[in-house]
Ligand binder design. Structure first.
Ligand code: AMP
Length: 129
C-alpha cells in the first residue's frame, strides 16, 4: 500500500507544498515543532534512510540543503536544524526545523498554525527558492 507521503506526492492527500523536482518533494510538516518545519522526501518509497541507494541519499541531502537555505532566508530563526526519525511514517523524510532554542528540536514542543498561517509560511519559503 502506498505510504501517506506517496499519496501526498500523487496529490491524493493535500499538503502545503514547498518544492518538487523529478526525484524529490518538500512540504510543510502538519504538526510542526516550529513555524516553517518542512519535510523533504524522495519520491522513491523507501522506509529507512540508511537503505537508500547512495545516489538518492546524496540527492536528498542536496535537495534538503536548497530548501533549508530558503527556510533560513524566510523564517526568523537562529538556524535550520536537520533530523531524520521515521518512527511514524515509513517513507524516508528529512525534517528541516527552524531552531531558536533547543526545545524546538525535541519534537515535544509543537506550535499550532491555522490554514492561512500554513499557506503564508509555505509562500514565504517558496519565494526564497
Ligand atoms: P517521524 O516518522 O517520527 O519522523 O514523523 C513523521 C512526521 O510526519 C511528523 O512530524 C508528522 O507531523 C508528519 N506528518 C504526518 N502526516 C503528515 C501529513 N499528512 N502532512 C504533513 N506532515 C505529516
Amino acid at each position: 500500500m502506498a505510504s501517506i507521503f506517496t499519496k501526498i506526492i500523487n496529490g491524493e492527500i493535500p499538503c502545503y507544498k514547498i518544492a518538487e523536482d523529478d526525484n524529490f518533494f518538500a512540504f510543510l510538516d502538519i504538526n510542526p515543532n516550529a513555524k516553517g518545519h518542512t519535510l523533504c522526501i524522495p519520491k522513491k518509497e523507501v522506509d529507512k534512510i540508511m537503505d537508500l541507494d547512495e545516489e538518492t541519499y546524496m540527492g536528498l541531502m542536496a535537495f534538503s540543503r536548497k530548501v533549508g537555505l530558503a527556510i533560513e532566508a524566510a523564517i526568523d530563526c537562529n538556524r535550520v536544524g536537520m533530523s531524520v526519525i521515521g518512527l511514524e511514517v515509513p517513507h524516508v523524510h528529512v525534517h528541516l526545523i527552524p531552531l531558536t532554542e533547543m526545545k524546538d528540536a525535541t519534537f515535544q514542543n509543537k506550535v499550532t498554525l491555522d490554514k492561512e498561517q500554513f499557506e503564508a509560511t509555505a509562500a514565504a519559503i517558496r519565494a526564497q527558492l
